[in-house]
Design a protein around this ligand. Structure first.
Ligand code: CDP
Ligand code: CDP
Length: 228
């Protein structure tokens, strides 16, 4: 081995996964992989081509030929769908509100999980999502399950959206609870805490506190790897 480890970070929407995973990757000089962005890119593509999530066979037919690339970029990552830059458009509420429907389709998951495993082969990745510790990288050396109360998660999203969006805190809380439910109850690799994951409730934690806590686990695991 090259002494590198893989880090899996799972949890519900707004728990702080992507913010924290990106900073942990920076601290370790690892590659950050946002798997939610991949499900968002698939959903964006299907919406644009008028392919409804209930048309499972049509979704399958299209997803097989979709090429989704994540390219590290100053302080973040750019997302490409068949060569087209979709970094911004995949964050729209239109995509957010249907992404869990497309993410529950078997062919979508098979295709994306295969890509995700490929990206982690050489190790040295911090990957965040819903099923990373359980399904995508069950052998990851560090697994974190990050949570926060639904009220706190809705509030975080509310602050993030700012005044430009016409949505209330109550509506956001409902949308998040609804997405949690779909993600937890779907048949294929639902959002679930892996038995060997470290559970981190971030409701009352600042971003630097969460980053430092996870980075410390990672450094310990990496040192262990280098000694063995
Ligand atoms: O950033 P946010 O928590 O809103 O969501 P995301 O991480 O961008 O993921 C969007 C959606 O993609 C989730 O609600 C899941 O339905 C799906 N997803 C998934 O099923 N499996 C993953 N590994 C990552 C995301
Ligand atoms: O990726 P995920 O949906 O889990 O969450 P995120 O997009 O990383 O974080 C949602 C929002 O919560 C961002 O605006 C973060 O800055 C904020 N956040 C926070 O206020 N405190 C934390 N401990 C973690 C995240």
């Amino acid at each position: 081995s090259n002494g590198n480890i893989n880090v899996a970070i799972d949890g519900p929407a707004g728990a702080g996964k992507s913010t924290v995973a990106r900073k942990v990757a920076e601290a370790l000089e690892y590659v950050y992989i946002d798997t939610g962005a991949m499900y968002r890119a698939v959903s964006w593509y299907m919406i644009r081509n008028d392919i409804l999530p209930e048309h499972v066979e049509e979704v399958e037919h299209h997803v097989k030929n979709l090429v989704i690339d994540l390219v590290p970029d100053a302080g973040g990552q750019k997302v490409y769908c068949n060569g087209e830059d979709v970094t911004t458009v995949i964050r729209s509420l239109e995509v957010t509100n249907v992404v869990s429907l497309y993410a529950s389709i078997e062919s979508v998951r098979t295709h994306l999980v295969q890509n995700q495993r490929q990206m982690a082969l050489r190790k040295g990745v911090v990957m965040d999502g819903r099923d990373i510790g359980t399904t995508v990288l069950p052998d990851a050396e560090v697994k974190i399950f990050m949570t926060a109360s639904v009220q706190e998660r809705a509030l975080r999203r509310f602050k993030e959206l700012g005044d430009s969006f016409d949505i209330t805190l109550e509506q956001l809380e409902k949308d998040i609870a609804n997405r949690d439910k779909l993600d937890e109850e779907r048949e294929i690799s639902p959002l679930r805490c892996s038995e060997d994951a470290i559970v981190l409730d971030t409701t009352h934690m600042s971003i630097p506190e969460v980053v430092e806590t996870i980075a410390a686990y990672c450094r310990a695991a990496r040192d262990g790897e280098n000694r063995s």
